[in-house]
Write a protein that binds this ligand. Structure first.
Ligand code: MLT
Length: 206
C-alpha cells in the first residue's frame, strides 16, 4: 500500500466527480480545497501532499534547477502517485475515470506526467501554469481525455512555446486539449478560476 498524507472527501452523490488536487511547490493538501469548492462544489476531493522536500517545501518530484526536472525521480513519483490513486479508488469505491486532476505549477506538472505515463489514473486534467514535465519514450493512448491548460502570457517560468509543446504532445496522444491564456504571470488569477469552472461545467453537461 502506497501512502500519502492526504485529504479525502466523497462526492455528494455516489459516482459523482472527484477532484484530485495537486498543490504547487511549498503547498500542502489544504491549499487547493477552497478552489475546489468554487470549481465544482458537489465534487469529492482527493488531495495528497507531495512527498519530496526542497528546503522544507513539499513538491511532487525533485528538480535539479528551476524548470529542470529529475526525470528518473519524476517517473518514480508519478508511478507512486498513480498507485496511490488507484488504491484509494478501490478503497472508496470510485472509478479513476471520475477523477479530474486540478494542479497548479508543480502540481500541474505531475498531472501532466500522470497523463503521459499513467493515463489510467485520471479521467481529465486542469493544469494551471503547466510545463512539459517529460517527453515519454512511447506516447500513451489518451482517447479524448479532456485537458485544460491555463497558462499566463507574462509567466517568466513557462514560455508560450513550452505551453504549445505540451498541448501538442497531449494532442498527439489523443487528448482533447483546450489552451487558455491569461494576462498574468505564474500566479493564479480570478480568470483562471472562471475559465476552469466553465470548462468543468461544459464537460459535465455533455
Ligand atoms: C515550481 O515552482 O513549482 C515550478 O515552476 C514548477 C515545477 O518545478 O514543477
Amino acid at each position: 500500500m502506497t501512502d500519502f498524507i492526504h485529504l479525502f472527501k466523497p462526492p455528494t452523490r455516489s459516482g459523482g466527480p472527484i477532484l484530485l488536487l495537486l498543490h504547487g511547490t511549498g503547498g500542502d493538501e489544504n491549499d487547493l480545497v477552497p478552489l475546489a469548492e468554487v470549481l465544482l462544489p458537489e465534487a469529492g476531493v482527493l488531495s495528497p501532499r507531495g512527498k519530496v522536500l526542497e528546503r522544507g517545501m513539499p513538491r511532487f518530484f525533485r528538480r535539479l534547477a528551476e524548470g529542470v526536472f529529475d526525470i528518473e525521480d519524476l517517473k518514480f513519483r508519478a508511478a507512486e502517485l498513480a498507485d496511490f490513486i488507484s488504491e484509494t479508488a478501490a478503497t472508496h469505491n470510485f472509478s479513476t475515470r471520475d477523477l479530474t486532476a486540478v494542479g497548479f505549477s508543480n502540481g500541474a506538472n505531475i498531472a501532466g506526467a500522470l497523463l503521459l505515463l499513467r493515463p489510467d489514473a485520471l479521467g481529465a486534467a486542469v493544469m494551471f501554469r503547466a510545463m512539459v514535465p517529460l517527453v515519454p519514450e512511447q506516447l500513451p493512448r489518451l482517447a479524448h481525455t479532456p485537458a485544460l491548460i491555463s497558462n499566463g502570457r507574462l509567466d517568466p517560468l513557462v514560455s508560450a512555446e513550452e505551453t504549445e509543446q505540451l498541448a501538442s504532445l497531449l494532442r498527439s496522444a489523443g487528448a482533447d486539449v483546450t489552451v487558455s491564456w491569461q494576462n498574468s504571470g505564474h500566479e493564479l488569477t480570478e480568470r483562471d478560476v472562471v475559465t476552469a469552472r466553465e470548462w468543468l461545467a461544459q464537460r459535465r453537461m455533455r
